[in-house]
Design a protein around this ligand. Structure first.
Ligand code: GLN
Length: 197
């Protein structure tokens, strides 16, 4: 079976595990460096939560460097919400960079901190229309030429892919729709165009 590591130091990781298990994926909760080596990983999920807290814990738990190495080596990775911020090469009006592996500018709490939670539906690449739950979400302000835009809501980029990395500013794990998790699994299977027949 496909094995996916789910970063489990803070945030909405258990919902990702529930979604992946429905797709027959074996999940490993990543809390310490040996969790990355006990079993070969086919993919990785960086969940939503609080990116400042997750970034701090990654460094304290000595997970930062090994995870960055795996991502740079091409391990397929899905980053949702805070996970998107972790992958962003730049964060608007913020000097912080975490993994910084994706050629894009992300804006944190882009919809405002208080009134920041809402649900909508939009097209996700060629996969059709899917439900999207936003919780104090970032959006992607701009992308480099090597980044493919997968979804927009109100003219803001809310999902994108670069090579082995796919990110959403919404929370696919908080709806019953499995499209985004299936997209990750197709990246694992190395299909370049996940929703095109
Ligand atoms: N606002 C959070 C951050 O900046 C992200 C919110 C989320 O992951 N739901 O990290």
């Amino acid at each position: 079976a496909t094995t996916v590591g789910v970063l489990a130091v803070q945030g909405a990781f258990s919902e990702h595990i529930t979604a992946l298990k429905q797709l027959g994926v074996h999940c490993i909760e990543i809390r310490k460096p040996t969790d990355l080596t006990s079993h070969p990983l086919d993919g990785l999920v960086l969940p939503g939560g609080e990116s400042t807290v997750i970034g701090k814990l990654l460094r304290e738990l000595a997970l930062f460097e090994p995870l960055k190495d795996l991502i740079q080596a091409g391990l397929p990775v899905l980053g949702t919400c805070a996970g998107l911020i972790l992958l962003a090469g730049q964060i608007a009006e913020d000097d912080t960079i975490h993994f910084g592996t994706m050629n894009m500018v992300a804006r944190r709490n882009a919809y405002g901190r208080q009134l920041g939670s809402f649900q909508t539906e939009a097209e996700f690449d060629a996969c059709g229309t899917i439900p999207m739950v936003f919780i104090r979400a970032p959006y992607i302000e701009s992308v480099g030429v090597d980044v493919e835009i997968l979804a927009t809501v109100d003219n803001h980029i809310v999902a994108a892919r670069q090579d082995n990395m796919v990110v959403t500013s919404f929370h696919p794990e908080l709806t019953a729709d499995l499209t985004v998790h299936q997209y990750l699994l197709r990246l694992v299977q190395q299909k370049a165009k996940p929703c095109v027949a």
